[in-house]
Write a protein that binds this ligand. Structure first.
Ligand code: UDX
Length: 442
């Protein structure tokens, strides 16, 4: 099938390449010329495991191309919208300018094909009610809209796109339009439905929109729940990792997303819970999501806690002290630094006068090209730790977890480490002469 994907960021570019991998003929459209040039050369503009190979293979097979010109969607039956919906400056609400811009630019090019009317598929995370507004515009052009939220995790984006755990189709109320949309999307996802038997849920627009934000709110709540327990553990001398392991054995609770640490970040969870609260307020049901305010505050407090602990360990005065920060991306296996707890803490300690040295295997080289950071970037953890008064592990990259505390014991000025992700072996670090501090652990 001929397909277009509007927006070539973390979501859209991976979606475009994954659809080509399924055998479709795909054009990815983005307004960013530099990004389109890199993608057209078969290179990934960001770090995502498995994406380079997928892109290279499909661009060279001629199934995948990229363009800045919306006219290049001509001939496509299905048009995916995968642009960003960041938090608005000065508000909790989502900034829908990219979605509105994508729809406005796409509409003049919508045309039926021999197989039926054009089908527009919304994948961006939007406030509930957005799809209904877009549907009216698409229908006025003879097309059909379906809302098909994306649940991919960065670091697993390719796997989550080609083999998701579920698919949700938010369909129009008109039965004929719904059938057209369902049939077109079933053809796109034929491999997922028929070969992989991935569950597919048919809903209305509002439910599909809510599924995405409800899922992210639940995940954020789970993380903040365990981080709240970490606060209790800190006040009582208990160990949150043991507590999480024990409650996780109850399958109704489960072990996943119960890792206490510096809290959640990234381009999704923080802005999605805020946009959800803003939308609930508009709908007059803000009380229903009052708990998300707590989820957000607990998350913020983890960053504050690390700053307080670091300041205490630096004798109450960070000014002039050298602090090594291991990690800048919001989680491992990505170079994405949007709302990264690690980067935020690095900035704040630097602003308090510490000499902060940051190292990150993928985000580090990007930081080094940006000139608005006033901390130092080191290529390796060993370089960052050399001469440090305090070391902070804030993103759990494998090669930070594998550091041998004995082998690096002579590098720092003070052998003191804060394990912001509870991933190091306390005994091993203490035996090697380090003062080891974790999150919610004695
Ligand atoms: C998330 C959702 O998982 C995904 O389904 C949605 O489509 C987009 O948002 P992502 O932002 O890639 O994906 O990251 P995720 O793996 O969910 O982690 C989010 C944040 O929570 C990270 O900062 C991570 O470090 C943190 N986290 C996760 C914890 O602090 N503890 C945990 O137990 C799990």
């Amino acid at each position: 099938m001929q397909i277009s994907v509007i927006g070539c960021g973390y979501l859209g570019a991976v979606h475009a390449a994954s659809m080509a991998e399924l055998g479709h003929d795909v054009v990815g459209i983005d307004v960013d010329e530099a990004k389109v040039a890199v993608l057209s050369a078969g290179r990934a503009p960001f770090h995502e495991p498995g994406f380079d190979e997928l892109l290279e293979r499909n661009v060279s097979a001629g199934r995948l191309r990229f363009s800045t010109d919306f006219a290049d969607v001509a001939g496509a039956r299905v048009h995916f919208i995968g642009v960003g919906t960041p938090q608005q400056a000065g508000s909790y609400a989502a900034d829908l300018s990219q979605v509105n811009g994508a729809v406005a630019s796409l509409l003049p090019h919508l045309a039926p094909t021999a197989d039926g009317p054009a089908v527009v598929v919304g994948k961006s995370t939007v406030p509930v009610g957005t799809a209904a507004g877009i549907a009216a515009q698409v229908e006025a052009r003879g097309g059909v809209l379906v809302w098909n939220p994306e649940f991919l995790r960065e670091g697993f984006a390719v796997q989550d796109t080609i083999s998701p755990d579920r698919m949700v189709y938010g369909l129009p109320t008109d039965p004929d339009a719904a059938e057209t949309a369902r049939a077109a999307l079933d053809e796109v996802y034929d491999n997922l439905i028929n070969d992989q038997a991935i569950p597919r849920l048919l809903t209305d627009y509002a439910t599909a929109e809510l599924v995405k934000v409800a899922a992210n709110s639940f995940l954020a709540t789970k993380i903040s729940f365990i981080n709240a327990m970490a606060e209790l553990c800190e006040a009582t001398g208990a160990d949150v990792t043991q507590l999480a392991a024990a409650i996780g054995h109850d399958d109704r609770i489960g072990h996943k997303f119960l890792r206490a640490g510096v809290g959640f970040g990234g381009g999704c969870l923080p802005k999605d819970i805020r946009a959800f609260m803003a939308r609930a307020e508009e709908l007059g049901v803000d009380e229903a999501l009052g708990f998300l305010r707590e989820v957000d505050s607990i998350n913020d407090r983890r960053r504050d806690h690390v700053i307080t602990l670091a300041t205490d360990l630096l004798g109450g005065q960070p000014a002039g002290k050298k602090v090594a920060v291991l990690g800048a991306s919001f989680k491992p296996d990505t170079d994405d630094m949007r709302n990264s707890p690690a980067l935020d803490i690095a900035h704040r300690l630097n602003a308090a006068g510490a000499h902060v040295v940051v190292t990150d295997p993928q985000a580090g080289p990007i930081l080094a090209t940006q000139n608005h950071h006033d901390f130092t970037i080191a290529d390796t953890p060993e370089q960052a730790i050399t001469g440090a008064d305090l070391t902070l592990l804030l993103t759990e990259w494998r090669h930070f977890r594998d550091l041998d505390p004995a082998a690096i014991a002579d590098l720092p000025h003070q052998r003191a480490i804060i394990d912001g992700r509870n991933v190091l072996d306390p005994q091993q670090w203490r035996t090697a002469g380090w003062t080891y501090h974790a999150m919610g652990r004695p």
